[in-house]
Design a protein around this ligand. Structure first.
Ligand SMILES: Nc1ncnc2c1ncn2[C@@H]1O[C@H](COP(=O)(O)OP(=O)(O)OP(=O)(O)O)[C@@H](O)[C@H]1O
Ligand SMILES: [Mg+2]
Length: 323
């Protein structure tokens, strides 16, 4: 299948405010997105997600590397490249704050050159779909954050572009509105559009995305299907139930030897990934140190959050997550 968005070794540094010191925000990121893919760009604070999104939609010029959208260079052929993407960024800058909800929708729907009747039908459909009926004549400036976010997504949809990029679309929303936004994003995805969502909200990725690109400290650490990422560790993750608590020496040995997903002092169970056939014997040796009674060892489900934290933490020593 043809590539819709193609990033080749993008780098971007910022100058620290008031000094000549540079902060490397993105250090050689490459990825390719195919039409119709739903991709989660996942990473902790400061990983470089917003910078990457802004580079893809041409708001920031990279120091090096190229971005092509449908083969058009985002820097050299910006207008043609931008025909295929729209973006919802922090602060919802794609809205007119002094216009009402309806006026914003009418304005952006009208941009596409449809008849008045078509525009009005489309606007009504979106007002209903995004549950903005009660705010139809309210100025954007007076809307709550959640309402503004929904309207910003509606406006991005109106652009009718093949791809939509969203930077932290669920950030700061209450639980209810967060789910509503997820439903709307799912609807966009079902229309066959390409969606890139940057977030540090793991459940959003698990719920919506087929593929996850995990970035940390300006680099891609993983680029894989969400289900394979989960399966990868799921088959190796075990929950061990004990009759007594582990000693500090045992805890230190476990942390030094395995990827321990959950481990807290004074708790009689922990989750661990056993990567090799022999690992179970090593585990038993550690438990035997204090003659710790083993009550059960079961395969366990792990959450995407645990996968993420493991991948981002990297090194063995820090490869555990305290429960
Ligand atoms: N305009 C700027 N000037 C200086 N440094 C910046 C600027 N924008 C971002 N940075 C720095 O670049 C790095 C990456 O920032 P970026 O906003 O891309 O990360 P992020 O993954 O979106 O983080 P968050 O989850 O907090 O939104 C950070 O260290 C950040 O402090
Ligand atoms: Mg950000």
């Amino acid at each position: 299948m043809q590539t819709l968005i193609d990033l080749q070794t993008i780098t971007k540094s910022y100058l620290k405010r008031g000094s000549n010191e540079k902060v490397a925000a993105v250090k050689g990121i490459s990825f390719q997105i195919k039409p119709g893919e739903i991709v989660g760009l996942l990473g902790p604070n400061g990983a470089g997600k917003t910078t990457t999104i802004k580079v893809v939609c041409g708001l920031i010029k990279p120091d090096a590397g190229t971005v092509k959208v449908k083969g058009f260079d985002i820097v050299k052929e910006r207008q043609r490249a931008m025909r295929s993407i729209s973006a919802v960024l922090e602060g919802n800058r794609n809205l007119y704050w002094r216009l009402t909800v309806k006026e914003n929708l009418e304005y952006f729907a009208g941009n596409r050159g449809h008849s008045r009747r078509e525009v009005s039908q489309e606007v009504e459909r979106l007002i209903e779909q995004f549950r903005l009926e009660s705010k139809r004549d309210e100025l954007v400036n007076n809307l709550s954050r959640g309402m503004q976010q929904k309207l910003a997504i509606a406006v991005a949809m109106l652009a009718g572009t093949e791809a939509i990029l969203l930077d932290e679309p669920t950030l700061g929303l209450d639980v209810e509105t967060g789910y509503e936004v997820r439903d709307l994003l799912r609807a966009i995805a079902q229309e066959g559009r390409t969606v890139i969502i940057s977030t540090h909200d793991m459940p959003v990725v698990q719920d919506l995305c087929e593929r996850s690109i995990i970035i940390n400290a300006g680099q891609v650490v993983v680029d894989d299907r969400v289900d394979s990422l989960l399966r990868l560790l799921e088959t190796k993750a075990y929950e061990v139930k004990l009759g007594t608590a582990l000693s500090p020496a045992q805890i230190a040995r476990l942390k030094g030897t395995f990827k321990v997903l959950t481990l807290a002092e004074n708790v009689h169970s922990f989750k661990v990934t056993l990567e090799h056939d022999d690992a179970i014997y090593t585990l038993m040796d550690i438990l035997r140190l204090e003659h710790t009674p083993v009550e059960a060892i079961d395969r366990t489900n792990i959450h995407f959050e645990q996968v993420f934290r493991q991948l981002v933490k990297g090194r063995k020593e820090t490869d555990y997550v305290l429960a």
